[in-house]
Design a protein around this ligand. Structure first.
Ligand code: UT7
Length: 340
């Protein structure tokens, strides 16, 4: 280990999306809602749901293989796997360890990271620190969530929002032409109750009573989280840009966490970033939690909207409450994106 700080960058990107599409019309049949309400209030048209029996490690490993492929890296070269998730295969062991075994990444250390929908950018920050300090050279980061597994399909205020998915990136030392230019992470634990699964941990272990009271499902104070999100996206993105001396008009693409089109639009307005520079795919996948940002990056690359030399800002927010932003200069060609 040396003390020199090295810049890190993304050298491989991939994602994995379940095949099964669940449209808004499905929810019209099971709760008191309409396609019109869901679309106008959230921007969501459909989301993907993983088949029974599929777990975070399955989707996460698929995304990881795709990211390794695009990086031209073999699993044996990976030093560390960080899996950002709040819906891992089980409370323990870490889903990252399960994925490590699945990939045959025999020399890799592995751990999970829980920062809700900010998790992928938190994982990116962690990878950048391990690389910057010279501890590791190749870190595989994965953002995966199957929130369908903890969604109450009788609660119309949450069940329409979430979808399943995974995204992954290989992070390695970068030269001056690309890499992570700045990172901002934050947390306000006073908002922990606003978005949570109450039972199943050490405070309230799962019992027949907690299941009866539906405390194993996601509970969210939607409008509180909404207001928080609009504020922190703008603040975190501005701070990350200031940290690397850039202004919003020098950004080629803005990739926010995909939770609600109204949150994205309000935040973009606050930042004075025009619509055409904002990447949106919430209509197709809903809120995929820790997976939303890497899926969006991967799609932006495939669609040619994120090109070599472009500067983009990724901003996440979520349970904790947490937020995270990073300004990144992209160093990969468009053809290097995955095909899910
Ligand atoms: O990844 C981070 C986690 N989550 C988020 O980012 C979500 C943040 N919050 C939101 O996206 C929005 O707050 C929601 C989409 C969840 C809700 O939208 P809203 O405009 O804030 O609605 P609201 O909660 O203020 O509710 C307005 C009305 C209520 O009816 P009443 O009390 O006015 O009669 C709700 O019961 O809309 C009702 N409502 C629905 N109506 C039809 C809530 N969900 C639905 C629904 N269909 N699915």
């Amino acid at each position: 280990m040396n003390n020199q700080v090295r810049r890190a960058g993304i050298v491989g990107i991939g994602s994995a999306i379940p095949e099964q599409v669940c449209t808004n019309q499905y929810f019209e049949k099971i709760v008191d809602t309409t396609d019109e309400w869901i679309f106008t209030r959230t921007g969501i048209k459909e989301r993907r749901i993983a088949p029974a029996g599929e777990a975070a490690s399955d989707l996460g490993a698929r995304a990881a293989i795709s990211a390794l492929d695009s990086a031209g890296t073999s699993p044996e070269e990976i030093d560390l796997i960080i899996c950002a998730t709040i819906s891992g295969d089980m409370p323990f062991p870490a889903t990252a360890s399960v994925i490590q075994d699945r990939l045959g990444a025999s020399k890799a250390a592995a751990f999970d990271l829980a920062a809700g929908c900010s998790g992928f950018v938190y994982a990116l920050a962690s990878a950048a620190s391990f690389i910057g300090s010279g501890v590791y050279d190749k870190v595989l980061i994965i953002g995966v969530d199957l929130l369908s597994r903890m969604t109450n399909y009788a609660d119309r205020s949450t069940c329409v929002l979430f979808g399943d998915g995974a995204g992954a990136a290989v992070v390695a030392p970068a030269d001056d032409s690309h890499g992570i230019l700045s990172i901002v992470l934050g947390s306000d634990g006073s908002g922990a109750d606003l978005l949570k699964v109450e039972a199943g941990g050490s405070r309230l272990p799962t019992t027949a009573d907690t299941v009866q009271a539906q405390k194993h499902y996601i509970q969210m104070a939607g409008s509180e989280v909404f207001k928080f999100a609009v504020r922190v996206i703008g603040d975190a993105a501005s701070e990350a840009l200031e940290k690397c001396g850039l202004s919003p008009d020098e950004v080629d693409l803005f990739i926010p966490h995909q939770a609600n089109i109204r949150i994205i639009d309000s935040a973009a307005r606050r930042l004075k970033i025009p619509t055409e520079k904002v990447f949106v795919n919430v209509q197709k996948y809903g809120n995929t939690s820790a997976a939303s940002i890497p899926i969006a990056i991967d799609e932006a690359v495939q669609e040619g909207r994120l090109k070599k030399g472009d500067t983009f800002v990724a901003v996440g927010f979520g349970a904790g409450l947490t937020w995270a932003a990073s300004v990144i200069k992209w160093g990969m060609d468009s053809r290097d994106g995955s095909t899910h």
